[in-house]
Design a protein around this ligand. Structure first.
Ligand code: SF4
Ligand code: SF4
Length: 442
């Protein structure tokens, strides 16, 4: 459901001095755009709408006159800016090296600061997400009541429809909330390093915790089998990306600090997550949002982000696990590159190496494997029709190679791909790379 922009003038904490400083910083980033238009060919939103205002070049033109445009029609600026998946495809293909993600995140922060948060986002970010205990309790309550409003959509895909929630989620096919979230079955872990000599901290992320606990369990199993010690503190919160992407810096800062306190000063070699989005947030975005931080906090963030790795990259690049080439028979598995994993972190070969080693599977590359699936976090909620248009292309690519399994390294992509396949009635299972890998270990 499109979010109604609150009217200008009701902003909270508006600070003109700070606003003008932020606008000047934004201007400095914008001057590097040469308006070449190379970003058009790779933008999934532009690919679906063919509107100049949806591609980076068009958005940057809008931001070039941001102060003027905000005064003229702030709601329209907000709408145009939010028609973006933050997939990073434009940045990865920009010959001028424009820091597009930095620009978008700063611009969203300015616009949200000017307009104020919508009541719904205020409730979600400030009322719920910032309180991990309450968030967990609400999800547990929803989980116990979900049978009342979920109707099975596809037994094969494990998805349901939620007609009563259609004003919020449309006709989306969704998996059930986990009956036992990962944090309930494993609230805490603190084990010494084994034969690997390494110890890692583990950050499952919200989706692996609350919807796909099997992904987190598979990750723990693989690490333990390889003799890796694990530190996993209780009470972890969201990495903050939904708040950051919505320009809600106060909630984002709170979540970042909460998690930072849990991990700082503990003894581990790497921080691992099985979620491409969480990995990119902690590794890439946390160090880039350092305004208003003290030196000690900056140092702690840099230390943690430098240790942060995607779990498949850890297994292949650090642990150098043995991955013998598999045979050519068995189930056909293909791989979807999460934008955050490939475009933000350069993780692309590692999950493929794992998949190509799996006994009983035959790896087949799909066309446009690194094209965005259309999820984009809250984008899929606020622009579901557009998200579906983009997602259908992913579905067609998966089906074109007659895949029986599609693997991904980001639970957010898994949700979107499950929805696309389930709505088309396709019998293709969606699994995380770690689930498939851990299933081969006894
Ligand atoms: S590719 Fe880069 S330089 Fe070219 S128009 Fe897009 S953002 Fe600007
Ligand atoms: S981040 Fe992705 S969706 Fe947004 S403008 Fe760039 S390519 Fe398009």
């Amino acid at each position: 459901m499109p979010e109604r922009a609150p009217s200008a003038g009701r902003a909270e904490g508006r600070d003109l001095t700070r606003l003008s400083a932020m606008l000047m910083e934004l201007d400095d980033l914008l001057v590097t755009c040469m308006r070449c238009g190379f970003c058009m060919a790779v933008c999934p939103v532009y690919g679906a709408t063919m509107k100049e205002s949806d591609v980076t070049r068009g958005k940057l033109a809008l931001l070039n006159n941001l102060a003027h445009n905000l005064i003229r029609d702030a709601g329209s600026v907000n709408d145009k800016l939010n028609r973006c998946l933050l997939c990073g495809s434009c940045q990865a293909n920009c010959p001028s090296g424009v820091k597009i993600m930095d620009i978008y995140l700063r611009a969203r922060s300015i616009v949200t600061g000017y307009l104020g948060l919508s009541p719904a986002k205020k409730l979600i970010f400030r009322g719920i997400l910032r309180r991990p205990g309450l968030f967990n309790a609400l999800l547990a309550l929803s989980g116990s009541l979900q049978g009342l409003f979920l109707r099975e959509a596809s037994k094969y895909a494990g998805t349901c429809r939620a007609p009563l929630l259609s004003p919020f989620i449309g006709d989306r096919h969704i998996p059930r909330l986990a009956s036992t979230p990962f944090h309930s079955s494993r609230p805490y872990l603190d084990t010494p390093s084994g034969k690997s000599g390494l110890r890692v901290a583990f950050f499952p992320g919200c989706l692996s915790d609350k919807i796909f606990p099997e992904v987190a369990e598979a990750s723990i199993k693989a690490l333990q089998k390889h003799g890796v010690g694990i530190f996993m503190p209780a009470g972890q919160a969201c990495c903050g990306i939904p708040a950051l992407a919505s320009g809600e810096r106060a909630s984002y800062d709170d979540l970042l600090r909460h998690n930072l306190r849990l991990f700082t000063g503990r003894n581990f070699d790497y921080l691992l997550t099985p979620c491409g989005t969480c990995t990119a947030t902690i590794k890439e975005f946390w160090p880039k949002t350092q305004e208003r931080r003290g030196e000690e906090e900056k140092t702690q963030i840099l230390e943690l982000s430098s240790k942060t790795l995607d779990i498949s990259a850890f297994l292949v690049d650090v642990l150098k696990v043995e991955l013998p080439p598999a045979g050519t028979g068995g189930r056909t598995v293909t791989y979807h590159d999460s934008c955050h994993l490939k475009k933000s972190l350069g993780v692309s070969e590692q999950p493929r190496r794992i998949l190509k080693s799996l006994p009983g599977f035959n790896f087949k590359e799909m066309p446009e494997a690194d094209r965005c699936c259309g999820s984009g976090g809250s984008f899929t909620l606020s622009h579901y029709d557009l998200s579906t248009d983009i997602g259908k292309r992913k579905r067609d690519n998966i089906v074109s190679v007659e895949a029986e399994t599609v693997a991904a390294g980001c639970p957010a992509c898994m949700l979107q791909i499950k929805d696309m396949l389930s709505r088309s009635g396709d019998k293709v299972e969606v699994r995380h790379v770690m689930e498939l890998y851990a299933a081969t270990m006894y």
